[in-house]
Design a protein around this ligand. Structure first.
Ligand code: ZN
Ligand code: ZN
Ligand code: ZN
Length: 150
């Protein structure tokens, strides 16, 4: 048995399936804005720029970060259709882009930071998306149930 990292992408799956041929093409941005905490409840804010609302206390916060905007504009990514390396050229995420080489459209989605959490039952590292709030987890390897809070 390998005690490697388990990838738990299906835990937080969106209604859209990624294995469908009709799926829109998308690429996840590698650049994330700095993680910030809510000025009101000091919980974790959703990662992003612009007008954010705290999912824990509903406070509305305006966040901007010129360094992230610049990195977003200059970010290099690979076209999901023809694999050509492109420069994003836009300072917001998500963004609809068109490849200048193959003319296909795709979505450049916001980066979702991942964290590793150690299961208290079997001590494997579980990899998951870091989203604000408390979440109940059931370890896929040993079925231990525990909660995490970000
Ligand atoms: Zn808050
Ligand atoms: Zn292309
Ligand atoms: Zn476990």
């Amino acid at each position: 048995m390998c005690l490697g990292i388990l990838f738990l992408s299906n835990w937080f799956s969106t209604p859209r399936r990624s294995d469908s041929m009709t799926e829109e093409l998308s690429v996840e941005s590698k650049v994330a804005p700095p993680p910030l905490s809510c000025p009101k409840c000091s919980g974790m804010l959703p990662i992003g720029l612009g007008e954010l609302s705290c999912t824990l206390c509903d406070a509305r916060v305006r966040i901007d970060h010129p360094a992230t905007r610049r990195k977003w504009r200059e970010e290099k990514l690979t076209c999901p259709s023809c694999s050509k390396v492109l420069v994003a050229g836009v300072d917001h995420r998500p963004a609809e882009l068109k490849c200048g080489s193959c003319n296909s459209f795709f979505t450049l989605t916001a980066n979702v930071p991942r964290v590793e959490i150690e299961c208290p039952g079997c001590h494997r590292n579980l990899r998951m998306k870091r989203r604000p709030g408390k979440r109940a987890i059931s370890c896929p390897a040993c079925d231990t149930e525990f909660t995490v809070r970000f």
